[in-house]
Design a protein around this ligand. Structure first.
Ligand SMILES: *Cc1c(COP(=O)(O)O)cnc(C)c1O
Length: 423
């Protein structure tokens, strides 16, 4: 079937999540395809941020326990709201820190080299910040990252094979850190299988959920995942620098936090001001200091939307609209040297399309000049993320028509093929 504008409009009409689109601030004459890097502001997120500001205005210090959203309990409350998103019980999630800081906390807590088991297993396609955190934690323990950080190789620079990862789970590995979804290619790793294999060998396993949280469902508890961490500013639309998330399986409750601070206290003990930490018997134990309230506040509204929309519905639309984008690319862009670099199977692909082209950096600049916001990942990837909550099929259709025009008329040639400071 030939795909057309009419057919995009029909898909929009049938889209059960269409009603959420008007809740977001969408710039006129601009198509936002970068929700996998920074999700858009919704009216509800704006409202809850303003409510927290107002609590400060009205209550001063008493805002910790009074007002619309008492700050003292906000990290726990947001943890409760996030639990269904990661598939855990409420007390296994806390909204705290940032991705990288939470990884430091979890490594400081759970990386316990012993006897032969001293190495950390990761992969060569992982996000740099995760690698930096692992390297520094190894150094703190007196190990050389060159020998003690093992990185599973990718055969094609895009994907990882679960078989290869399992083969690397040798008896010198103490702990494994992997992404849920790879940030470049959008590949979903089989978390259930990897966790089972790690558990079987007595190796702890933790996941970086930045590229899957809010895009795909998870069952961290059921799978037996030991811990996980993620940011809330991508598919969850929590805002720039939004406070991150941390999950710890209840079987590890009571493990002394590697990086302790008074916000890890049992809530009722915190203000006793003793010099002995009575840690919370929940994931809350792994908090450190005072939470960044104004960076938590938008999440209250943002998560309300996700809860209302339903993660299963979000995933269903995400799969459909990404498939639609790939179908259009195959139909209209086959003559221009593009390669679709994400997995094709539904069970293996996350929330974005990874379009490869040797002129990717300057094609991205031409897209921006023509009203489309993509993002670029060196050396040759254009990431396009149609987001279930606010992207329409008509927009996806338009993006591909704009890309076709850019390629046909070679509009990218006036730009340099180099990335910007923030790509
Ligand atoms: C976005 C992202 C991060 C960012 O980490 P911050 O500490 O929030 O800056 C880390 N890891 C992955 C896989 C990401 O996609």
């Amino acid at each position: 079937m030939q795909l057309s504008l009419e057919n995009a409009q029909l898909l929009d009409k049938e889209d059960s999540l269409n009603r959420f689109r008007k809740e977001f601030y969408i710039k006129p004459n601009s198509i936002y395809m970068d929700g996998n890097s920074l999700g858009l502001l919704s009216k509800r997120a704006e409202r809850t941020l303003l409510e927290c500001l107002n609590d400060w205005k009205e209550h001063g210090i008493d805002g910790w326990t009074k007002g619309k959203h008492p700050w003292f309990f906000l990290s726990e409350k947001l943890g409760d709201m996030m639990a269904p998103i990661v598939g855990s019980s409420a007390n296994e999630v806390i909204v705290t820190g940032s991705t990288t800081v939470n990884l430091h906390q979890l490594l400081a807590t759970f990386y316990k080299p012993e006897g032969k088991r001293t190495k950390i297993l990761a992969d060569e396609l992982t996000f740099p910040s995760d690698i930096f955190a692992i390297q520094s934690q190894l150094r703190i323990h007196g190990f050389d990252p060159d020998t003690h950080l093992v990185r599973v190789k990718s055969k094609d620079g895009r994907f990882l094979e679960e078989e290869d990862i399992i083969e690397a789970m040798t008896e010198d590995i103490a702990l494994i850190i992997l992404p849920t979804v790879l940030y470049r290619s959008g590949q979903i790793l089989d978390m259930k299988r990897l966790t089972m294999e790690a558990n079987k060998r007595g190796i702890l396993i933790g996941f970086d959920g930045c590229h899957s949280i809010g895009a795909i469902p998870h069952s961290f508890s059921e799978w037996g995942v030991d811990f996980a961490y993620w940011c809330n500013y991508k598919y969850l639309n929590g805002g720039p620098g939004s406070v991150g998330g941390l999950y710890v399986n209840s079987k590890h409750f009571g493990t002394v936090p590697g990086l302790s601070g008074w916000f890890g206290s049992k809530k009722e003990k915190q203000f006793d001001m003793e010099h002995t930490l009575t840690a919370a018997d929940t994931a809350g134990a792994y908090q450190i200091g005072t939470p960044h309230i104004l960076s938590l506040a938008p999440l209250l509204g943002a998560l309300e939307i996700v809860t209302e929309a339903g993660l299963e519905n979000i995933r269903a639309k995400s799969l459909q609209i990404n498939q639609y984008l790939m179908d259009l690319i195959n139909q209209d862009l086959h003559d221009f040297g593009f390669t679709i670099g994400n997995p094709q199977d539904d069970i293996r692909r996350g929330g974005h399309v990874s379009l490869e082209h040797k002129e990717a950096a300057r094609i991205c600049k031409a897209l921006k000049e023509n009203g489309v916001i993509p993002d670029f990942r060196a050396p040759n990837i254009i990431r396009l993320a149609p987001v279930a909550l606010y992207t329409s099929y008509t927009e996806v259709w338009e993006v591909v028509q704009i890309l076709k025009k850019i390629m046909t008329e070679k509009l990218y040639e006036k730009f340099k093929n180099e990335r910007e400071v923030v790509a």
